[in-house]
Design a protein around this ligand. Structure first.
Ligand code: PLP
Length: 230
């Protein structure tokens, strides 16, 4: 690509603005999470200089390394963990990240709560819901969300902020619409039961418009900003 990261960030932002306009939402209700997994620290700094503050990482050790390198000088970056997390790696997430989007088990929630250092702000979490029509194992079933949310809500070092999903990879707008509509209903249900619920983490490059039309408050975009991953 001949364009710079700054160019591609501004293209992503205008796509968000246009999608918001189409459904009469305010663009600033929708945050852009720049997914920097596998990309070098220099790319993150370049995005930062263009104004980007929210970054998403998928791999625990890679994220830890980037955060410890950048924390002092770029202290206003908000670091989001968006990958699968095994219980033997929870401590790294608890100690370094600001947000965790992929929480779907009570055991992991309890470990993150116990391992979050007392002097740090609570870890901000989203419950990952399995809304996909594909047979994937990531995320909790829709009918179990409230029960898990109730447990998380009792953990002082976690703050539940909303829900996240990775939908079926498809160009079929109707399937996208059904899945995002389902996650939005779960989100609204959580808002009725709990305080602080303001995050509906859904939508990537290919399904941005449908996600925003269905209430997304945070879209996660990687390769369209940083280039294809090898
Ligand atoms: C990698 C990833 C993204 C971004 O994907 P791109 O295709 O690079 O835009 C978004 N969300 C999650 C959970 C991811 O793992």
């Amino acid at each position: 690509m001949n364009t710079t990261i700054a160019d591609r960030l501004s293209i992503a932002q205008s796509r968000i603005n246009q999608a918001a306009q189409k459904c009469s939402r305010m663009p600033d209700e929708i945050k852009l999470l720049a997914v920097s997994k596998t990309k070098p620290i220099s790319d993150i700094i370049e995005a930062y200089r263009a104004g980007q503050r929210l970054f998403g990482e998928n791999y625990v050790q890679e994220g830890e390394q980037k955060i410890t390198t950048l924390r002092a000088e770029y202290s206003d970056i908000e670091w989001h963990f968006i990958g699968p997390l095994q219980s033997n790696k929870t401590k790294i997430v608890a100690q370094h990240f600001d947000w965790m989007h992929t929480l779907s088990r009570e055991k992991i929630a309890q470990r993150l709560n116990d391992q979050r250092p007392a002097h740090q702000a609570p870890l901000q979490v989203c419950i990952q819901v399995n809304i996909s029509q594909e047979d994937t194992k990531s995320g909790i079933d829709a009918e179990d969300v409230i029960a898990l949310a109730t447990k998380i809500n009792q953990m002082p070092q976690l703050t539940l902020r909303g829900v996240m999903a990775i939908p079926t990879a498809t160009d079929d707008i109707q399937v996208q619409q059904d899945e995002f509509g389902k996650l939005q209903r779960i989100y609204q249900q959580l808002q009725q039961h709990f305080d602080n619920i303001d995050t509906l983490s859904m939508g990537m490059s290919a399904d941005l418009d449908v996600a925003i039309a269905n209430g997304s408050t945070m879209v996660r975009i990687g390769s369209a900003i940083f280039g294809e991953r090898s």
